[in-house]
Design a protein around this ligand. Structure first.
Ligand code: UD1
Length: 339
């Protein structure tokens, strides 16, 4: 029997790529989104890639009645929860906006799942929960650090809410995937990252600078204790990352979990500096990028990259795409947006 997966925030950057991979793996997918932080470009791209209209519900997960109605309407076997705010800086100036949206929406989903007698729930967490650790590469056993921002704190708290819920309510199983730095776009260039306003993240800022939308990229900090003085990150291809969700959903739905709540890193295991990423982008795409050094950005960790061994052993997943292919896909997507 085909399983049905609800993807909250399914019209966003990660949600759209996950929807494509799930549908191609044979799942029925229901996309739900309130379009508060995106338009319907990625939704249309998902339908174009899959060659059919995908079920779409326009709704806000903070609306408990709407969430309950959704669970009443569809036979949901698993939920993947992406619908959340994600701007680190904004979360510092507007913490309540972040706590309300990111926590209430998740509580509503878990409550609806509990009421129907249980469900498999995948939470999209972040490597931000590790803070700056000396345990590099970082494993899932590494302790979480107090969050640097309300955004980061919502990731930590939602992990705990999921862990406590699966312990307490029969029929609930949960997986938290801790993403490192998701970048790139679908090879079709039909879906990708669409930040509103000035991008906070590195790769959209690079592609927008390369295409002339931004005058100059600032590289935040050149005096970090790293080989070239810039921060080290684990940049993970968005399609690779999406495939990890298919493995995790399969593990939950087929009852292959070792414990009712599990956590996995989703990264490559390969650290890359900000400068290395910029140089590779220029090289593989044959473009010259206008960039300059700027002061450190408050809240940035010096270096973090994943030990992805557990995901490989337990989920049977590992990152496959090269950084060159990922940065070519990011560039193809940006150019397509300008056409
Ligand atoms: C941030 C969030 C992380 C979230 C991720 C989503 C924190 C501390 N970080 O990660 O939780 O999951 O985004 O993608 O909560 N950089 C520049 N110039 C720019 C932009 C970035 O030099 O214009 C540098 C940053 O200083 C950093 C690196 O590029 O060293 C990566 O930055 P970014 O893409 O914003 O991701 P993170 O901060 O690692």
């Amino acid at each position: 029997m085909k399983k049905t997966v609800l993807v909250s925030g399914g019209a966003g950057f990660i949600g759209s790529h996950v929807t494509v991979e799930l549908a191609q793996a044979g799942y029925d997918v229901v996309i739900a989104d309130n379009f508060s932080n995106c338009d319907d470009t990625n939704y249309k791209g998902v339908c174009a890639i899959l060659g059919r209209e995908m079920p779409l519900v326009r709704m806000d997960f903070c609306d408990k009645g709407a969430v309950d109605a959704l669970f009443g309407k569809y036979p949901i076997d698993a939920v993947i929860h992406f619908a959340a705010f994600k701007a680190v800086g904004e979360s510092v100036s507007e913490p309540l906006k972040y706590y309300r949206n990111n926590l209430v929406s998740f509580v509503n989903i878990l409550d609806a799942a509990r009421a129907k007698g249980g469900c498999n729930v995948l939470f999209s967490s972040s490597a931000t929960v590790y803070g700056q650790t000396d345990d590099l590469p970082v494993t899932e056993r590494s302790p979480r650090q107090p969050a640097e921002s309300p955004y980061g704190n919502t990731k930590t708290v939602c992990e705990d809410i999921l862990r406590d819920s699966v312990r307490a309510y029969p029929g609930m199983r949960g997986i938290a995937l801790r993403y490192f730095n998701p970048i790139g776009a679908h090879p079709s260039a039909l879906i990708g990252e669409l930040p509103r306003g000035v991008p906070n993240n590195l790769v959209p800022f690079i592609t927008q600078t390369a295409v002339g939308k931004r005058a100059c990229l600032s590289v935040f900090g050149n005096d970090y204790p790293t080989p070239d003085g810039t921060c080290l990150r684990d940049f993970i291809d968005i399609v690779d990352l999406a495939k990890a969700h298919v493995c995790a959903v399969g593990r939950m739905c087929d009852a292959r979990m070792k414990e009712s709540y599990e956590v996995f890193n989703v990264g490559t295991g390969r650290p890359l500096s900000v400068l290395e990423l910029i140089n590779t982008f220029e090289q593989v795409n044959d473009v010259k990028l206008n960039w300059k050094f700027a002061p450190r950005r408050p809240g940035d960790v010096v270096a973090i990259w994943a030990d992805p061994t557990l995901a490989e052993q337990e989920l049977g997943w590992k990152a496959e795409r090269s950084i060159a292919d990922t940065l070519k896909a990011a560039w193809a997507w940006e150019k397509k947006l300008c056409m």
